[in-house]
Ligand binder design. Structure first.
Ligand SMILES: [Zn+2]
Length: 103
């Protein structure tokens, strides 16, 4: 069940941010093959939804949400940084070398 919580604002470090916390949920998926039934279990990711701006430093909920999402999903953040480096032409040579090596 989603739960209302108060989190620390990542910008000013005060306990001011209202969020809705969605805990990980166990979900089942049933597949049938060759007359047998197999049940698989999946766990959804927990998630925070920021529902208020910060009354202390006036950051918008959307901006706080971005920071929280970044912290929860590091791989995505890293990919974004990588994409930015590639778009700036900083990583081109390494990528070229990688492609040559796999051939
Ligand atoms: Zn703040």
């Amino acid at each position: 069940m989603p739960k209302n919580m108060i989190l620390k604002c990542p910008f000013c470090d005060k306990m001011t941010i209202n969020v809705i916390y969605y805990p990980p949920v166990l979900q089942t998926s049933v597949s049938r093959a060759a007359g047998r039934t197999a049940t698989k279990y999946y766990k959804t990711k927990e998630k925070y939804e920021v529902t208020s701006d910060c009354p202390n430093c006036k950051k918008k909920a959307r901006e706080i949400q971005k920071v929280l999402d970044g912290e929860k999903r590091d791989s995505k953040k890293e990919k974004k940084i990588l994409e930015r480096l590639v778009s700036q032409g900083l990583f081109k040579s390494e990528i070229k070398i990688d492609l040559e090596n796999t051939d």
